[in-house]
Design a protein around this ligand. Sequence first.
Ligand code: GDP
Ligand code: MG
Length: 213
Amino acid sequence: MEAIWIYQFRLIVIGDSTVGKSCLLRRFTEGRFTDVSDPTVGVDFFARLVEIEPGKRIKLQLWDTAGQERFRSITRSYYRNSVGGLLVFDLTNRRSFQHLKNWLDEARMHMQPFQTVFMLVGHKCDLGHLRQVTREEAEKMALVFGMKYIETSAKDGLNVEESFTILTRDIYELLKKGEISIKEDWEGVKSGFVPNVVHSSEEAVKPRRMCHC
Ligand SMILES: Nc1nc2c(ncn2[C@@H]2O[C@H](COP(=O)(O)OP(=O)(O)O)[C@@H](O)[C@H]2O)c(=O)[nH]1
Ligand SMILES: [Mg+2]
């Protein structure tokens, strides 16, 4: 059966270069980890469907910063046309943790006035012995930023699925509540492809033949 989705969310993955963004995306979309990750050139995007409720799928369009983060030359449209994403640091690299606020400020500056949702990701949790940031510190930071925190490993596949699905569910809930809405000139959330079927509510209003005998 053809893939059908009710919405498409466009998400971005931001954070210092080498924190593991491309590996995280590749693990989530292709289910594999490749150790030699070539620094992405140009614009890279990935896609995957996520089932949020039985039969209800959301298509994720996932954009990778594609090496531009080295030069801080990420374009405005990259931020502007997304509904949120993952804010990633490397648990074994304290500097990447210290740069988080810059990343978030820049993203929020370009994304306003749209409501957006981010999740803080402490990545490479398989390297426990090299850890430079404690879970407590990261949780505190997430609280200050007003977002959830999760620790992931693309190498072990730990929490990769969860990070994207929790974020997707949170955006979906805001959409249902009307706090996020679809806009004509914005790519963050789009209405999906729904098959041409007769809905039960339409069925109910059809005139019924009655027998008067
Ligand atoms: N140990 C470990 N290394 C990782 C993990 N994810 C990425 N890496 C390594 O970190 C380096 C940078 O990864 P990459 O995805 O290119 O980072 P990006 O610049 O943020 O896109 C590469 O050498 C990866 O093999 C992980 O979960 N665990
Ligand atoms: Mg990359």
